[in-house]
Design a protein around this ligand. Structure first.
Ligand SMILES: [Zn+2]
Ligand SMILES: [Zn+2]
Length: 135
């Protein structure tokens, strides 16, 4: 990391990977890119990432970042760009397909249920012993 001055606002910041702009300016720029993508999709619903990239010149990885952040959604059903991080099917937005989202949700819930159940069981088996000791 080296300290350099932001090419846009002049602020000194620690640059990694040869970044020329400070974090704040990069965020502003990303926001501007997002507006361009959003406006393009608004005017052209159903546009593919490829098309958005071609027409706006915005890097695909930036568009995909917006998709991963669930800021925009791909309308086309099949795309190899965004895949579920759990099962690998193509998805439109986010990190997981709907099926995996449900499964993850269910697994979480049953894990919580198991814990509650175990706590409950323990209470049950402890109960009688506690009472019998008291008698
Ligand atoms: Zn800056
Ligand atoms: Zn999945």
């Amino acid at each position: 990391m080296e300290l350099i001055n932001c090419k846009k606002c002049g602020r000194t910041f620690g640059s990694t990977d040869g970044e020329q702009f400070c974090k704040k300016c990069r965020e502003v720029e990303l926001d501007e890119l997002f507006k361009v993508v959003r406006d393009y999709l608004y005017a052209n619903p159903g546009a593919s990432v490829e098309e958005v990239h071609d027409k706006t010149g915005i890097e695909k990885r930036v568009i995909i970042k917006f998709l991963r952040d669930e800021r925009i959604e791909i309308v086309e059903d099949e795309n190899a760009l965004l895949t579920c991080q759990r099962c690998g099917v193509s998805i439109k937005t986010g990190k997981f397909c709907n099926k995996c989202k449900h499964e993850i949700d269910r697994e979480l819930r049953s894990a919580v249920h198991d814990l509650q159940h175990k706590a409950h069981d323990r209470r049950d088996s402890d109960g009688p012993r506690y009472h019998s000791k008291k008698k």
